[in-house]
Ligand binder design. Structure first.
Ligand code: CAA
Length: 413
């Protein structure tokens, strides 16, 4: 606050300079990153056989092998809590002052899903919790907001969680691009994994490529338009990134893209490389991104979590990234895009969670088409009655049932 005396004006300017100096010297970023996915997996070969489609269309054409599906007693809240629990076990919760929950499959129109996660995890009452929505983009908004909070007060940490269940109608064009997953990140000063650059590029355009009205439990999409909208938004964000001091394309070791399906990342990389004046062929682009695609190829689209699953995949599969800059290309239909970057910290491998992420993916129960269809046709009861859910998930948290229009969560026994 300015001091109203004769030298007030000078004091005020000095204070502002002090703040900007202190924020610019604080390194802020991802201190830990942890994942969770759904209980079931449907191989896309199974879906292709059912629809009489050449499986190569899914395996090669869109670059997907399988998709994760939630158990009857899983939802975006339980996935989120399961992703975040290992972070709290490693770092404790006492410095967490904010929980930012990013999702486009929120469970309530009023209460932030993060409040249920906060409760399940036993986080301190002295924390603020809020939910953010803008299709698959909002995890990035959460991360940037978190970084600003930490820059303002480096003693604070922020828990950012991106969690979603991607659902399209049965037999629709979007059906092979479903999936489920959550990524939790601890944002802190002097981060152990990725230091975020202070500049980024942003882009917003009102475009009807993908949306979900409140009364639908599956998304609506114009597939071809969505691919064009993704590329337009991303190249727009890239140009803005460069105009705001962003790194040159060739200075990025690789780029983690939002991955509704892994082939989309390759398409985007070819387009971005062209705009950046460093054109690459499709197969070269695929090779440059290969380390970012492993997990998404197996779990499918996880909307807000998708790009961060790509980052986890990169960190778990590349050993030579210390000190190198990576790009992050975030897209949410509707549409908003952000391109940003960061530097991988020395010693990042020792903070990784590759074994846990792989175990989560490998532990999934593979189901056949009939079971998948039965699960897909289940709807959340709307009668406000008592509904106990079958005990299926082996994850640390579960949705036990519904009562009086409330969701009842519990720690898994
Ligand atoms: N062998 C190998 N490749 C084959 C093949 C075969 N037998 N048959 C087809 N292919 C290839 C096609 O050539 C095509 O490749 P290119 O795009 O490189 O040309 C690819 O497989 C897909 O084929 P189609 O375009 O014919 O597939 P489709 O009409 O069924 O639609 C889709 C694909 C648009 C992705 C659809 O699944 C969809 O709408 N998905 C949901 C929307 C989506 O994910 N959009 C992405 C951008 S929006 C976003 O990113 C936000 C978000 O998360 C939703």
């Amino acid at each position: 606050m300015a001091v109203p005396d004769r030298s007030g004006r000078a004091r005020e300017e000095k204070d502002v300079r002090a703040i900007s100096t202190s924020t610019s010297t604080v390194s802020v970023g991802i201190h830990d990153i942890s994942t969770a996915t759904g209980h079931y997996a449907l191989p896309l070969e199974t879906l292709a056989a059912q629809h009489g489609i050449d499986p190569q269309k899914f395996l090669v054409g869109i670059g997907q092998e399988a998709m994760s599906l939630p158990a009857e007693d899983e939802d975006p809240v339980t996935l989120a809590a399961s992703a975040a629990a290992p972070i709290l076990a490693r770092h404790g919760a006492e410095n967490i002052r904010t929980v930012l929950f990013a999702t486009e499959t929120g469970v309530d129109q009023s209460t932030a899903a993060g409040v249920y996660v906060h409760s399940l995890l036993g986080l301190p009452r002295t924390a603020r919790t809020v939910e953010l929505k803008q299709a698959c983009y909002s995890g990035t908004a959460a991360l940037q907001f978190a970084a600003s909070l930490v820059a303002r007060d480096p003693s604070q940490q922020v828990l950012v969680i991106a969690s979603d269940i991607a659902r399209y109608a049965l037999d629709s064009g979007g059906e092979p691009t479903q999936g489920a997953g959550a990524v939790a990140m601890l944002v802190a000063a002097d981060p152990a994994v990725l230091e975020l650059d202070p500049f980024s590029g942003v882009y917003t355009r009102d475009i009807p490529d993908f949306w979900r009205p409140n009364y639908l439990s599956t998304a609506l999409v114009d597939g071809k338009l969505s691919i064009r909208a993704y590329i337009d938004a991303l190249t727009g964000a890239w140009r803005d990134y460069r105009e705001h001091g962003g790194r040159a394309f060739e200075d990025l070791a690789t780029i983690c893209y939002h991955q509704p399906f892994t082939k989309m990342a390759v398409k985007a990389h070819v387009a971005l490389a062209e705009v950046a004046g460093q054109p690459v062929e499709k197969d070269v682009a695929a090779a440059q991104l290969a380390d970012t695609l492993h997990y998404n190829r197996l779990i499918g689209n996880s909307y807000t979590a998708s790009m961060y699953y790509g980052l986890a995949s990169l960190l778990d599969h590349r050993e030579d990234l210390a000190g190198q800059a990576v790009g992050l290309a975030s897209y949410g239909s509707g549409s908003v895009s952000e391109f940003f970057s960061g530097t991988v910290r020395d010693g990042y491998r020792s903070h990784g969670r590759a074994a846990e992420t792989r175990a989560g993916i490998e532990a999934r129960e593979v189901i056949d088409y009939a079971r998948y269809r039965e699960l897909h046709e289940r709807e959340v009861p709307v009668d406000g009655g008592e509904h106990e859910l079958p005990r299926v998930t082996r994850a640390p948290f579960r949705l036990a049932g519904y009562s009086g229009h409330r969701r009842l969560y519990e720690r898994n026994a």
